[in-house]
Design a protein around this ligand. Structure first.
Ligand code: FES
Ligand code: CO
Length: 354
C-alpha cells in the first residue's frame, strides 16, 4: 500500500509536530507527499496551508509570521489561515486579485502536538484518557524520521514475537520466543488487544518497571487506532507502575514516516527521571527502527495476494491489514503498489492466526 496514493487516508488527523516547534516561526512538514507550512496564529492556535506561494511558488515556510498571518519571504505576500492572500505590499492601494490564495487544511492542537487533516476527517482525533488525568505526567519522547512505512511500524508495535530477537539486549527473553497470545476486541476506532507478557528485568530497568524481580510481567492493553496510531498500554503488576506510550506513525512519503511518540507515567520524577525514561525507550525504539528500515516499505494489505508468509502470532498485523483494506474498499478504493509487487509462489500457510 502506498500512503500517498490512497485518498481515504487523507481523511484522518495526523500528529505533525510538537506545537512548541512553532514558537520561533513557521515550519514545513510533508504529509503524504503534500508540502504544508504550519504556523502559530495570534491567538496561539495552529494554522496549515500549502507550502507554496501563489506568486512565484516560494516555500512559505521560509517566511515569517506577522499579526497571526504568514508572510512569504520572497516578496511579502501575506496569507491568513484560510489561505487567502490578504496583503500585497508592493501595491497597497490595489485590490488583491480574486483567487489569489493557497489551499488550506484543518489544523488543531491536542496533547501538545499540531494535528492536521488534509481532507474532511472521518473521525475526531482519538481520545487518550491518560492525558490530564490525575497522577499522570506526560513526557515527550521521540520525534524522528524513519525510512519505512507507517504500516510496518504499526504492526511491529503489536508484534510480541520479535522481542526475543530484536530486543534480546534488554527485555527480550531469548529462550522464550513463543509469545503469549492476545485477547482481541474490535472497536469503532480499530481494536484493543490484551495480554500478559513475561520480560527480562535487568538492573538497568529496575526504575522503569518499579521492581527488582529478575523476570517480571507486563500487562498490556494495547490499542490500534485507524490508520496509524497506537497505544502501548503497559502496566507492571509487581509495582503498579503504568508506562503508557502513544505513537503516531505519520506518513511523510510512501517510504518515510515521522515517529511521534510520547509517554504517560503514574510515578514521580524522583522515582524515575524523565531522562531515564527517554533513554530506556530510545534504545528499544532504535532497535525497532534498525530492523524496520531493512524491510520493504510497500507492505501488502490484501493478504489473498500471498506476497508474505504469516504465522499465528502475526494476527495483530493481519487485523490491521484487514481493517485498512476494509476502509479502502468502503470508500471505493483498491490497494495501490509501486510497479509490480513481487508475487511469490502461493505459500502454504504456517498456521491459522489464533
Ligand atoms: Fe511569494 Fe513572491 S513568491 S511573494
Ligand atoms: Co520492538
Amino acid at each position: 500500500m502506498l500512503t500517498t496514493r490512497q485518498k481515504v487516508l487523507r481523511r484522518f488527523w495526523y500528529a505533525l509536530m510538537p506545537v512548541s516547534h512553532l514558537d520561533d516561526g513557521p515550519k514545513p512538514f510533508r504529509l503524504m507527499g503534500e508540502d504544508i507550512v504550519l504556523w502559530k496564529q495570534a491567538d496561539g492556535t495552529p494554522a496549515a496551508v500549502r507550502d507554496r506561494c501563489c506568486h512565484r511558488t516560494a516555500q512559505l515556510s521560509k517566511g515569517t509570521v506577522e499579526n497571526g498571518n504568514i508572510v512569504c519571504g520572497y516578496h511579502g505576500w501575506t496569507y491568513d489561515c484560510t489561505g487567502t492572500c490578504v496583503k500585497i505590499p508592493q501595491q497597497p492601494d490595489m485590490q488583491i486579485p480574486a483567487g489569489a490564495r493557497v489551499p488550506a487544511y484543518r489544523a488543531q492542537e491536542k496533547y501538545g502536538y499540531v494535528w492536521v487533516a488534509l481532507d474532511d476527517p472521518l473521525k475526531p482525533i482519538p481520545h487518550f484518557p491518560e492525558d490530564g488525568a490525575p497522577g499522570y505526567r506526560r513526557i515527550f519522547q521521540f520525534y524522528e524520521e524513519w525510512k519505512t512505512s507507517p504500516l510496518r511500524m504499526m504492526e511491529n508495535s503489536f508484534d510480541n514475537s520479535h522481542f526475543s530477537f530484536v530486543h534480546k539486549g534488554n527485555f527480550g527473553l531469548l529462550d522464550q520466543p513463543k509469545p503469549a497470545p492476545y485477547e482481541f476486541r474490535e472497536t469503532d476506532y480499530g481494536f484493543e488487544a490484551e495480554t500478559l507478557v513475561p520480560i527480562r528485568n535487568p538492573e538497568a530497568s529496575f526504575k522503569i518497571t518499579g521492581t527488582t524481580e529478575p523476570i517480571t510481567h507486563r500487562h498490556l492493553v494495547n490499542r490500534y487506532y485507524l490508520p496509524f496510531s497506537r497505544r502501548f498500554g503497559c502496566s507492571y503488576p509487581a509495582s503498579g507502575r503504568d508506562h503508557i506510550i502513544y505513537n503516531c506513525a505519520t506518513p511523510i512519503d510512501d517510504d518515510r514516516m515521522m515517529l511521534v511518540q510520547w509517554l504517560y507515567r503514574n510515578d514521580s520524577e524522583a522515582e524515575c527521571s524523565t531522562q531515564a525514561l527517554i533513554d530506556w525507550d530510545a534504545t528499544i525504539t532504535a532497535e525497532d527502527r534498525d530492523i524496520l528500515e531493512a524491510t520493504d516499505y510497500d507492505a501488502c494489505i490484501d493478504t489473498t495476494r500471498k506476497v508474505e508468509f504469516h504465522m499465528p502470532s502475526d494476527k495483530p498485523g493481519l487485523v490491521i491489514r484487514k481493517q485498512l483494506l476494509d476502509l479502502l474498499r468502503a470508500h471505493g478504493e483498491e490497494e495501490i503498489h509501486r510497479g509490480n509487487l513481487a508475487q511469490s509462489a502461493a505459500p502454504e500457510s504456517l498456521g491459522t492466526p489464533a
